[in-house]
Design a protein around this ligand. Structure first.
Ligand code: BGC
Length: 265
């Protein structure tokens, strides 16, 4: 996979899946914008790893990639637009947008507050909508094609009790992708969802520290383990590459078989 000469923005890439995606895209030669909201140290760590690829690269087929960190809260449309503008200003253009930033809040449906509902929907859906819009406006203005990859979840399909706002946001992301595949197809812009299952990342810290819950979850995963951020990143790199030029409007699950393993208790 060769992404040399491409510029990618990965939202929420100071940790977890986003960080792994940045590293995988950089490894393939892309220049990468690392976005963070509250972990500048994580963004700096990601950046250092990106720059190290260049430093460690002695083979002719290696491409020097560069990173750049930008702070923005994906829950604010103003900051989202600023993020896209500053990314383009820094690297001169954008070719790949990975909408990765996402949050979840645990509560029974009847106790969900308006503030928590707004926080989840603003980051997971509204931010994605307007980041994608700004990216598409840039592609149209520069008359170029591009690739959009959304990090969704198995919960764009699968119910997740006590996480209703999260499921609503991911279900919305599913329809955003289907709709835009049709609307953006004529522009040569592709859009796809990568839907992780249970991955070892900070969003799952509580689960990882609860042996009983973790054991029950592992029983439901046919491949018998949680996923690693790298399991997700390799698929994103493929979808961002020219090898995936004919793929649009689809969701790809990276879940060890979790989605199809409903078992009556
Ligand atoms: C959620 C995790 C959950 C996983 C599997 C993800 O979308 O963020 O909290 O463990 O789905 O249910």
């Amino acid at each position: 996979m060769n992404l040399a000469g491409k510029v990618a923005l990965v939202t929420g890439s100071s940790q977890g899946i986003g960080q792994a995606i940045v590293l995988r895209l950089a490894q393939a030669g892309a220049n990468v914008v690392i976005n963070y909201r509250s972990h500048p140290e994580g963004a700096e760590e990601t950046l250092a790893k990106v720059e190290a690829f260049g430093g460690n690269c002695h083979m002719a087929q290696c491409h020097q990639s560069h990173g750049y960190t930008l702070k923005a809260d994906l829950g604010s449309v103003e900051e989202v637009r600023q993020l896209i503008t500053e990314s383009i200003e820094h690297f001169g253009k954008l070719d790949i947008l990975v909408n990765n930033a996402g949050i979840e809040k645990h509560a029974p449906f009847w106790e969900v507050t308006e503030a928590d509902y707004d926080a989840v929907m603003n980051v997971n859906l509204k931010g994605v909508f307007f980041a994608t819009q700004s990216f598409v406006q840039h592609l149209i203005a520069t008359q170029r094609t591009g690739k959009i990859i959304n990090i969704s979840s198995v919960h764009e399909e699968l119910p997740f009790p006590n996480f209703t706002a999260y499921c609503v946001s991911k279900g919305g992301m599913k329809m955003l992708t289907r709709n835009l595949a049709v609307e953006l197809g004529a522009l040569g812009i592709t859009i796809n969802n990568v839907a992780p299952g249970a991955i070892e990342t900070p969003i799952n810290t509580k689960l990882l520290n609860d042996p009983e819950k973790l054991g029950a979850l592992l029983q439901n995963i046919p491949l018998g383990r949680l996923g690693k951020p790298q399991d997700v990143a390799s698929l994103v790199a493929f979808l961002a590459s020219a090898d995936a030029d004919y793929i649009t409007g689809s969701t790809f699950f990276v879940d060890g078989g979790l989605l199809w393993n409903y078992q009556e208790q």
